[in-house]
Design a protein around this ligand. Structure first.
Ligand code: OFO
Length: 166
């Protein structure tokens, strides 16, 4: 049976993960509207992954006899000044999520919740990838600058991303 503190913290993280999906869907909509189909595709794949993250936490709470409580999501921004600005915001957001996950690991240790600690290890590794993917996109966009042809190539490159299975 999951403890109340851990249950509350995981419900809060479910909100964070759904908020991530919401943010990346907003970015997908923004890119699609601007005609950057590759980057819109990248963001759609990312949003779908975030929903899976939320469901991992959801399942853990349920499997341990806890109660899922879905909190309200904040409205994400709808526009970014450039592709680089959007991916930079995504990178910053992933750093924030990493800090949330590390906080949860510390709580699991404090509460002697070994089951939650084991489940959260997957997220610790996943966040290394999440930061890496978003930072690589930032670096690519920094390299091509704001010049049209470079951005078209970066859009094609980022559009190659397909959903990964773990
Ligand atoms: Fe982007 O890793 Fe979950 O939120």
């Amino acid at each position: 049976m999951i403890g109340k503190k851990m249950e509350g913290a995981l419900n809060e993280q479910i909100r964070e993960e759904l908020g991530s999906a919401y943010l990346y869907l907003a970015m997908a909509g923004h890119f699609a509207a601007e005609g950057w189909d590759g980057m819109a595709g990248w963001m759609r794949v990312q949003a779908a992954e975030e929903l899976e993250h939320a469901m991992r936490l959801f399942d853990h709470v349920v499997e341990r006899g806890g109660r899922v409580k879905l909190h309200a999501l904040a409205e994400p921004e709808a526009k970014w000044a450039s592709p680089l600005a959007a991916f930079h915001a995504a990178y910053k957001h992933e750093q924030h999520i990493t800090a949330c996950i590390h906080g949860l690991v510390e709580l699991a240790q404090k509460e002697n919740d070994h089951a939650a600690a084991a489940m959260l290890q997957w997220f610790v590794s996943e966040q290394v990838e999440e930061e890496d993917h978003t930072l690589k996109a930032v670096q690519l966009l920094e390299r091509v600058g704001s010049e049209g042809r470079g951005l078209v190539m970066a859009d094609r490159e980022l559009g190659r991303r397909v959903a990964e299975k773990d």
